[in-house]
Design a binder for this molecule. Sequence first.
Ligand code: PGA
Length: 245
Amino acid sequence: MRKLLIAANWKMYKTPTESTAFLTSFYPLVKNSTHAEILLCPAMTSLPALVDAARSKSVFIGAQNMHWKNEGAFTGETSPVMLTAIGATHVLIGHSERRQYFNETDTTVNLKLKAALAHSLIPIVCVGEKLEEREADLTRNVLQLQTSIAHQSIDPAIAAPIVFAYEPVWAIGTGRTATPEIAAEAHRLIRAQIPKSLPPALAASIRILYGGSVKPDNPKSLCCLEDIHGALVRGATTHPQHFPH
Ligand code: PGA
C-alpha cells in the first residue's frame, strides 16, 4: 500500500519564526490524521528551527534543494551531509523553478537523486512540461526524458524511497490546476518509465504526487485517482487552515 504524501514547498517564504509559528497552529489540525504523511519544506534558514519544533510530532521536514557533493568549494550550496546532520528527512529535486532560474538539468537531477539516496534522504523528483511543450504536443517526450534521465543507473538496492512529483509548469502558482484526466495521463507516462530502470515490483511501489495550484479540497479529487499518491503544494499551504490534507 502506498501511503499518501502531502508535501508543502514554501519556496522563498517564511522566516524561522514564521515557520515554527505555522507548525504550532497547524499541527493540532493534522495530528490525528493517519491517511497521509505530511512534509514541510521550508527555506534553508528555517530548516534547523523547524526540525527542532517538529521533533516529537508526526510531521516530516525536508529541504527544497541540495548539491550532490558531500562538501567542496560551492558557494551558497548545501550538501546532503549537512541536511542529514540537522535532521532533515526529505529533499525536493529538480523543481521547475530550479530548472528555469538556476540551470538545473536532467543530469544534475540524476546526480542529486543518487546523492540523496546514498545519504538516506527521501527524494521527491519533480518533472513536468511547460505550456509551450504541451501546446506543441511534446508532453510525452518531455516527461519520458525527464523521468528516465532522473533515475538512470540508480542502484535498485537503495531506490525504494524515491517519490516523483508531476508538476506541469503551466499549473504552478497560476491557479490553473491540471484536470484529473491530464494528471492521470501524465502519471501513466511517468509510471511507464520507471520499470525501464528499476525492477517491476519496486517500480510499482514508487509514489507519484501531483503539484500545481492544488487547492485545499483538490487532494480529495486528485488523490483518489489511480496512481496519484499525494500532492506537492505551495499556495494552499501558506495558512494552516487551508493546508490540504
Ligand atoms: P503552487 O506551487 O501550489 O503554488 O502551484 C506548487 C509548487 O511549486 O511545488
